[in-house]
Design a protein around this ligand. Structure first.
Ligand SMILES: [Zn+2]
Ligand SMILES: [Zn+2]
Ligand SMILES: [Zn+2]
Ligand SMILES: [Zn+2]
Length: 231
Protein backbone atom coordinates (compact mmCIF):
# COMPACT_ATOMS: atom_id res chain seq x y z
CA UNK A 1 0.00 0.00 0.00
CA UNK A 2 2.73 2.37 1.10
CA UNK A 3 4.82 1.38 -1.88
CA UNK A 4 2.04 1.94 -4.42
CA UNK A 5 1.59 5.42 -3.09
CA UNK A 6 5.21 6.37 -3.62
CA UNK A 7 5.30 5.17 -7.20
CA UNK A 8 2.03 6.98 -7.86
CA UNK A 9 3.50 10.17 -6.43
CA UNK A 10 6.58 9.71 -8.54
CA UNK A 11 4.51 9.47 -11.74
CA UNK A 12 2.53 12.55 -10.77
CA UNK A 13 5.72 14.46 -10.21
CA UNK A 14 7.18 13.60 -13.59
CA UNK A 15 3.94 14.35 -15.40
CA UNK A 16 3.90 17.98 -14.24
CA UNK A 17 5.76 20.52 -16.33
CA UNK A 18 8.54 20.87 -13.76
CA UNK A 19 9.38 18.56 -10.97
CA UNK A 20 9.27 20.94 -8.06
CA UNK A 21 12.38 20.90 -5.93
CA UNK A 22 11.37 23.94 -3.85
CA UNK A 23 9.61 23.72 -0.45
CA UNK A 24 5.84 23.18 -0.26
CA UNK A 25 4.25 26.53 0.65
CA UNK A 26 1.22 24.96 2.35
CA UNK A 27 3.55 23.05 4.64
CA UNK A 28 5.59 26.13 5.58
CA UNK A 29 2.39 28.12 6.16
CA UNK A 30 1.46 25.74 8.98
CA UNK A 31 4.02 27.43 11.22
CA UNK A 32 4.61 30.83 9.57
CA UNK A 33 2.53 33.90 8.78
CA UNK A 34 1.87 34.38 5.07
CA UNK A 35 3.41 37.87 5.07
CA UNK A 36 6.61 36.50 6.55
CA UNK A 37 7.16 34.13 3.64
CA UNK A 38 5.42 35.69 0.66
CA UNK A 39 8.61 37.47 -0.36
CA UNK A 40 10.47 34.18 -0.61
CA UNK A 41 8.36 32.49 -3.22
CA UNK A 42 10.14 30.99 -6.23
CA UNK A 43 8.99 32.84 -9.35
CA UNK A 44 8.97 29.62 -11.34
CA UNK A 45 7.12 27.09 -9.20
CA UNK A 46 5.36 29.45 -6.73
CA UNK A 47 6.58 27.45 -3.74
CA UNK A 48 9.18 28.60 -1.18
CA UNK A 49 12.58 28.82 -2.86
CA UNK A 50 15.05 26.06 -2.07
CA UNK A 51 18.68 27.26 -2.41
CA UNK A 52 17.36 30.71 -3.21
CA UNK A 53 18.97 32.63 -6.05
CA UNK A 54 18.35 36.25 -6.94
CA UNK A 55 17.86 37.28 -10.55
CA UNK A 56 19.92 40.35 -11.27
CA UNK A 57 19.75 40.83 -15.01
CA UNK A 58 20.12 44.55 -15.92
CA UNK A 59 16.71 44.25 -17.63
CA UNK A 60 14.95 44.13 -14.25
CA UNK A 61 16.87 46.92 -12.54
CA UNK A 62 13.65 48.80 -11.86
CA UNK A 63 11.79 45.89 -10.28
CA UNK A 64 10.35 46.83 -6.86
CA UNK A 65 10.67 43.39 -5.38
CA UNK A 66 13.44 40.85 -5.06
CA UNK A 67 13.30 38.41 -7.93
CA UNK A 68 13.75 35.03 -6.30
CA UNK A 69 13.99 31.57 -7.79
CA UNK A 70 14.98 28.17 -6.43
CA UNK A 71 18.34 26.94 -7.71
CA UNK A 72 17.03 23.74 -9.28
CA UNK A 73 13.92 25.38 -10.72
CA UNK A 74 16.04 28.00 -12.47
CA UNK A 75 18.59 25.53 -13.82
CA UNK A 76 15.81 23.36 -15.21
CA UNK A 77 14.00 26.36 -16.68
CA UNK A 78 17.15 27.62 -18.41
CA UNK A 79 17.83 24.17 -19.81
CA UNK A 80 14.33 23.83 -21.23
CA UNK A 81 14.10 27.39 -22.56
CA UNK A 82 17.47 27.86 -24.25
CA UNK A 83 18.84 29.98 -21.44
CA UNK A 84 16.20 32.67 -21.68
CA UNK A 85 15.24 34.41 -18.43
CA UNK A 86 12.01 33.29 -16.68
CA UNK A 87 10.96 36.96 -16.61
CA UNK A 88 10.44 38.64 -19.97
CA UNK A 89 12.21 35.73 -21.67
CA UNK A 90 15.20 37.80 -22.67
CA UNK A 91 18.62 36.29 -23.31
CA UNK A 92 21.58 36.24 -20.96
CA UNK A 93 19.81 35.66 -17.65
CA UNK A 94 21.98 36.72 -14.72
CA UNK A 95 21.65 35.47 -11.21
CA UNK A 96 23.55 35.14 -7.98
CA UNK A 97 23.40 33.21 -4.78
CA UNK A 98 21.90 35.13 -1.90
CA UNK A 99 23.33 33.98 1.39
CA UNK A 100 21.15 36.13 3.71
CA UNK A 101 18.08 34.89 1.85
CA UNK A 102 19.15 31.26 2.07
CA UNK A 103 19.85 31.69 5.77
CA UNK A 104 16.46 33.31 6.40
CA UNK A 105 14.64 30.49 4.60
CA UNK A 106 16.76 27.80 6.25
CA UNK A 107 15.94 29.21 9.67
CA UNK A 108 12.16 29.20 9.17
CA UNK A 109 10.39 27.07 11.74
CA UNK A 110 8.60 24.07 10.26
CA UNK A 111 6.66 21.07 11.49
CA UNK A 112 7.57 17.53 10.46
CA UNK A 113 6.90 17.08 6.74
CA UNK A 114 5.70 13.49 7.21
CA UNK A 115 3.29 14.61 9.92
CA UNK A 116 1.97 17.29 7.55
CA UNK A 117 1.48 14.72 4.78
CA UNK A 118 -0.28 12.44 7.23
CA UNK A 119 -2.69 15.19 8.24
CA UNK A 120 -3.43 15.89 4.56
CA UNK A 121 -4.24 12.22 4.07
CA UNK A 122 -6.52 12.32 7.11
CA UNK A 123 -8.48 15.11 5.50
CA UNK A 124 -9.01 12.82 2.56
CA UNK A 125 -9.97 10.07 5.02
CA UNK A 126 -7.19 7.80 3.96
CA UNK A 127 -5.75 7.38 7.39
CA UNK A 128 -3.36 4.47 7.78
CA UNK A 129 -4.06 2.83 11.13
CA UNK A 130 -1.36 2.12 13.69
CA UNK A 131 0.86 5.09 12.89
CA UNK A 132 1.74 7.43 15.70
CA UNK A 133 2.53 11.10 15.64
CA UNK A 134 5.69 13.08 15.06
CA UNK A 135 5.92 16.26 17.14
CA UNK A 136 9.08 17.56 15.48
CA UNK A 137 9.28 21.32 15.19
CA UNK A 138 12.54 22.82 14.06
CA UNK A 139 14.41 24.74 11.42
CA UNK A 140 13.76 24.08 7.76
CA UNK A 141 17.45 23.28 7.23
CA UNK A 142 17.19 20.50 9.85
CA UNK A 143 14.25 18.68 8.27
CA UNK A 144 16.25 16.38 5.99
CA UNK A 145 18.34 15.17 8.90
CA UNK A 146 15.19 14.65 10.95
CA UNK A 147 13.48 12.59 8.22
CA UNK A 148 16.62 10.54 7.53
CA UNK A 149 17.61 9.83 11.09
CA UNK A 150 14.87 10.21 13.66
CA UNK A 151 11.33 10.72 12.32
CA UNK A 152 9.09 7.88 13.59
CA UNK A 153 6.90 8.33 10.50
CA UNK A 154 9.71 7.71 8.03
CA UNK A 155 9.51 4.39 6.25
CA UNK A 156 12.68 2.32 6.34
CA UNK A 157 13.95 -1.05 5.11
CA UNK A 158 14.65 -4.00 7.37
CA UNK A 159 18.35 -4.24 8.28
CA UNK A 160 18.39 -7.65 6.60
CA UNK A 161 17.34 -6.35 3.21
CA UNK A 162 20.78 -7.25 1.76
CA UNK A 163 19.94 -10.87 2.61
CA UNK A 164 16.47 -10.84 1.09
CA UNK A 165 14.06 -9.55 3.76
CA UNK A 166 11.83 -7.06 1.97
CA UNK A 167 9.98 -5.87 5.03
CA UNK A 168 9.29 -2.12 5.05
CA UNK A 169 7.93 -0.32 8.10
CA UNK A 170 7.88 2.86 10.11
CA UNK A 171 11.06 3.39 12.08
CA UNK A 172 9.37 2.87 15.43
CA UNK A 173 8.13 -0.59 14.39
CA UNK A 174 11.45 -2.03 13.23
CA UNK A 175 12.60 -3.29 16.63
CA UNK A 176 9.45 -5.35 16.96
CA UNK A 177 10.04 -6.89 13.53
CA UNK A 178 13.71 -7.66 14.29
CA UNK A 179 12.92 -9.35 17.57
CA UNK A 180 9.99 -11.34 16.20
CA UNK A 181 11.92 -12.54 13.15
CA UNK A 182 15.36 -13.45 14.47
CA UNK A 183 15.05 -17.02 13.27
CA UNK A 184 13.84 -15.95 9.83
CA UNK A 185 16.72 -13.48 9.46
CA UNK A 186 19.25 -16.00 10.66
CA UNK A 187 17.87 -18.41 8.06
CA UNK A 188 18.35 -15.79 5.35
CA UNK A 189 21.95 -15.27 6.37
CA UNK A 190 22.61 -19.02 6.37
CA UNK A 191 21.01 -19.26 2.92
CA UNK A 192 23.33 -16.61 1.55
CA UNK A 193 26.24 -18.57 2.94
CA UNK A 194 25.12 -21.65 1.08
CA UNK A 195 24.24 -19.97 -2.20
CA UNK A 196 27.61 -18.32 -2.49
CA UNK A 197 29.39 -20.98 -4.46
CA UNK A 198 32.55 -19.06 -5.14
CA UNK A 199 32.92 -17.54 -1.73
CA UNK A 200 36.15 -16.67 -0.23
CA UNK A 201 36.39 -16.93 3.49
CA UNK A 202 36.63 -13.22 3.99
CA UNK A 203 33.06 -12.76 2.72
CA UNK A 204 31.75 -15.31 5.15
CA UNK A 205 33.44 -13.59 8.01
CA UNK A 206 31.96 -10.28 6.90
CA UNK A 207 28.39 -11.65 6.70
CA UNK A 208 28.63 -13.42 9.99
CA UNK A 209 30.04 -10.30 11.60
CA UNK A 210 27.14 -8.26 10.14
CA UNK A 211 24.57 -10.62 11.59
CA UNK A 212 26.19 -10.67 15.01
CA UNK A 213 26.53 -6.90 15.10
CA UNK A 214 22.88 -6.32 14.21
CA UNK A 215 21.65 -8.89 16.69
CA UNK A 216 23.79 -7.40 19.44
CA UNK A 217 22.46 -3.93 18.62
CA UNK A 218 18.89 -5.13 19.07
CA UNK A 219 19.70 -6.77 22.37
CA UNK A 220 21.56 -3.68 23.57
CA UNK A 221 18.67 -1.43 22.58
CA UNK A 222 16.28 -3.69 24.41
CA UNK A 223 18.45 -3.62 27.50
CA UNK A 224 18.75 0.15 27.36
CA UNK A 225 14.98 0.45 27.20
CA UNK A 226 14.63 -1.92 30.10
CA UNK A 227 17.15 0.04 32.17
CA UNK A 228 15.28 3.24 31.39
CA UNK A 229 12.03 1.65 32.51
CA UNK A 230 13.63 0.55 35.78
CA UNK A 231 15.16 3.96 36.54
ZN1 LIG B 1 10.89 26.67 -7.47
ZN1 LIG C 1 16.06 38.48 -16.50
ZN1 LIG D 1 8.96 13.59 11.84
ZN1 LIG E 1 13.37 -8.30 8.18
Amino acid sequence: MQKEKTSEEATNATSTLFTVPCFDKQWILQTNEAEKINDYVCLICRQIANNALELNCPQHEDADELLIVGDQCLKQFLKENRNSCPIGSHEGCQYSKSRPLQKYIGDLTVMCLKQFEQELRKEKEEEIPGINKCDFKGKLKEIKDHLDKSCPLSVINCWFKPFGCNYICHRHNLDKHLIANMKFHFGLVIQSFQSMTQTIQLHQVYFFHFFLKKTLQVIQNKNKKRMKAIN
